[in-house]
Design a protein around this ligand. Sequence first.
Ligand SMILES: *Cc1c(COP(=O)(O)O)cnc(C)c1O
Length: 457
Amino acid sequence: MSDSIKYLLDEARLPRSWYNIVADLPTPPPPFLNPETQKPVVTDDLIDLFPETVIEQEFATERDIEIPGPVRDIYRQWRPSPLHRARRLEKVLDTPAKIYFKYEGVSPTGSHKPNTSVAQAFYHKEGGVKRLATETGAGQWGSSAAFAGSLFGLEVDIYMIRASYEQKPYRRALMETYGARCVPSPSNETVVGRGMLAKKADHRGSLGLAMSEAVEVARRRDDTGYALGSVMNHVVLHQTVVGVEALAQMEMAGDYPDIVIGCTGGGANFAGIAFPFIGEELRGGRKTRIIGVEPAACPSLSRGKFAYDYGDAGHLLPLMKMHTLGSNFQPPGFHSAGLRYHGMAPLVSHVMDLGLMEARSYHQSKIFEAGILFARTEGILPAPEANHAIRGAIDEALRCRTEGRSEVILFNLCGHGHFDMHAYIDHAEGKLRDIDYDEGELAKSLATLPMEQVAAA
Ligand SMILES: *Cc1c(COP(=O)(O)O)cnc(C)c1O
């Protein structure tokens, strides 16, 4: 293995450090702003929510950030995660391209999310809290937070979008098995939740609202910290363990990707695999095409505005400059709950703005076709979110066939779909609809972006 890569790994080929792309970017990302004062956020603004080390990571500018020993010890249970070549998929596509995928479904909860939940739980425990408050949509993040909390002896309170709470009993059961408490959101436990219920007693919930409930609880209680599954810089940082491993594994395979692909919800799994490759390029190494794939029903990177927006419905989190559809945007129903967030990680948004990546979107019938072909050739049944990345990879492989090019494609298979069989059943029964978002609703939502109003006033 080349020295430049070898130094990244320990004797078990586990990364020693996470990779912070801020160190290599030509310009720093725009600062977070305090939602009340609209001044750049300082440590004090976040101290009620996060332990100091996490806040340091949020603002960090150094390239390599050491993974603590106790976190690496837990990672070792499933990391390094496998890198596979999808030879049977290549064969049915009859493509000269090589398709590699990094499989994050081997984690205890079946997705990439424990890469950060374990780190966050470790830092919160070290910081002295007894409890974590967090939100979850489909339950992938909630089960990963519950798992991590159980390892470090932290109680975990999870505000789960009410619609999912009712529709996804198995994810809820998993969280409760790990010992977490699951509360349907909006709930009566918070000012934000009670306010929503007063307006609409049968409110179905949204991710932004569940986030506000968890943030409110963490702010109010000294013994409680806040954890989140995507979007913020420290979460993106923890996910880079995926890409650092992939750099080394691609070298072992004797290849280097021409294209790296990930699905984008809040942006964390995508950034996790892509940022270390973008870093190679920024430091003068090989150039890689980087593609983020999102649902056509919630296309923040392709159709959103790059502007300051609220991260949560209650406006408690910092204002972040990101590709956003507006915090009031309600996407139509589709089967990839992990990709329903209105915004995009500020670091991913900045990378997009710098022209270092591209984005594309697909309707759900197209991505399920891709996921089913993948299951039938490679045997792994992907999470609906991951099907977006697979669709992107297949389309690039088909382009390579047309153009007669043998490019190397790498995508992140960020989770398995064993808890998402209802979506596959709906697909099999022909019940999936390709619903477009409403252009008028999007325009209305974008018209309420906070800083745009300040600028206009
Ligand atoms: C949460 C989740 C996503 C979306 O989140 P990102 O922050 O964009 O990674 C995608 N896939 C799976 C399997 C998830 O659990």
